[in-house]
Ligand binder design. Structure first.
Ligand code: PMP
Length: 402
């Protein structure tokens, strides 16, 4: 068809006419991306119809479960942490370097996927109370999986501390001195498999490559998708990367925007935002001996100010506390009314979005994040939520009062 292909001057579109059936095909410049990492970001933003109709606001969901590597918002963060480590010479693709991380699951799945794509090993430590499908998936991806009993961050055996310690022993045993290597005594013996290459502790809580991924990706995407009009942005905080990165991008452009933290029960951030206490103190989580955060919700809720939360905390205007019962009811509602099947943190965000809509009043545009899919939560959160059933007609009031 070569001779029938002609570029049209105005818009760089090529038209090709089939000589056999006269079919006209139009194509712009190719938009092929490089590898699975090219499928991260540029997720759709859509109007959640039921919640918008009920509140008279536009409630919009950023479909972060459509990120193409690990199918969650954490793809952006994992890619950012790896790319910055590569730029700094800390990681080298196909060298046998191992990425270590402490994660509730999503970051680990994104890291394990990208590790395969780029020729690294992944060693993931996650709390043993998180949904089993997450660790099963990690094993399928070839990651080494440590399911660590839940413990506060002050405990040596906390999942984050364990990942940090393993990265240090790895680095020590491979003969490479890490700039950040501190006291390496009292650490578990390194696994034979992990003595190739170097060890890199990704450290999503403290690594500022995290909020920067949202500052450079999620924030600009939202601004563009909304044509520059957003009245409120609502998100939970697990590391704080999403809310800080998006707030830092949007607030200077839209000074009147309201940034709202959606906080699950058991998390300490709500008090900090609403009562403004202890924001300037790097308080340690878990000074009381109990689980980190007592909720069925996975991925959000913390009791300490991480570097990534710190980066944007001054920009948070309000906080909404969401109970597990509300999150379960909202997850069911979204399936029943809209056919949207999301995970627990997204359900928390949607409750907080409705509360924000009611506070601001009709006519406002409220944007929130749908971080991952319900299929990551079948054995725990969705097992508790149960089946939605056929002929149901739930009222939003019942969800909000659950
Ligand atoms: N939702 C899910 C499912 C998550 O895994 C996380 C991150 N742990 C979040 C939301 C919260 O995002 P962030 O870490 O950016 O605060």
């Amino acid at each position: 068809y070569q001779e029938l292909t002609r570029p049209k001057r105005e818009d760089n579109v090529t038209e090709q006419i089939s000589p056999t059936n006269g079919l006209i095909a139009r194509a712009g410049p190719p938009t092929i991306v490089e590898g699975i990492e090219g499928c991260i970001g540029n997720t759709p933003l859509f109007r959640i119809k039921s919640l918008s109709d009920e509140t008279g606001c536009e409630i919009l969901g950023k479909a972060e479960f459509l990120n193409g590597a690990g199918q969650s918002s954490k793809d952006r963060v994992a890619l950012s942490m790896i790319e910055i480590a590569e730029e700094q010479g800390i990681l080298t693709p196909h060298s046998g370097d191992t990425i270590y991380e402490g994660t509730s699951g999503s970051t680990g799945i994104s890291l394990a996927t990208l590790a395969r794509a780029k020729g690294y090993l992944a060693h993931i430590c996650l709390p043993s109370d998180q949904a089993i499908e997450k660790s099963n998936l990690l094993l399928k991806l070839g990651a080494i999986v440590d399911r660590v009993p839940p413990a506060p961050i002050v405990e040596k055996d906390n999942f984050v501390n364990r990942a940090r310690a393993l990265a240090k022993t790895h680095t020590a045993s491979s003969g490479i001195t890490s700039a950040s290597a501190e006291d390496q005594s009292d650490l578990p013996a390194p696994n034979e498999r992990m003595t190739r290459g170097r060890g890199f502790f990704a450290d999503q809580f403290e690594n500022e490559a995290n909020w920067r991924a949202h500052y450079e990706g999620t924030g600009p995407e939202l601004y563009a998708q909304c044509g520059g009009r957003i009245d409120a942005f609502v998100a939970g905080a697990g590391t704080g990367g999403t809310i800080s990165g998006v707030a830092r991008y949007l607030k200077p452009l839209l000074p009147r925007i309201t940034i709202v933290l959606a906080d699950p029960q058991g998390s300490g951030l709500f008090n900090r935002v609403v009562y403004g206490v202890m924001f300037d103190v790097k308080e340690r989580e878990g000074t009381r001996r109990r689980r980190q955060v007592d909720t069925i919700v996975e991925g959000i809720g913390i009791n300490r100010v991480t570097a990534n939360f710190e980066a944007g905390k001054e920009m948070i205007d309000d906080a909404v506390r969401v109970t597990d019962a509300q999150a379960l009811a909202m997850a069911r509602w979204l399936v029943e009314k809209d056919g949207i099947f999301i995970g627990s943190s997204s359900a928390v965000n949607c409750i907080a979005a409705v509360k924000t809509a009611r506070k601001l009043g009709p006519g406002h545009r409220i944007v929130t994040v749908l971080s991952d899919s319900g299929s990551r939560h079948l054995s725990r959160f969705w097992a508790k939520a149960g089946d939605v059933g056929g002929a149901v007609d739930t009222k939003l009031e019942d969800v909000m009062n659950a």
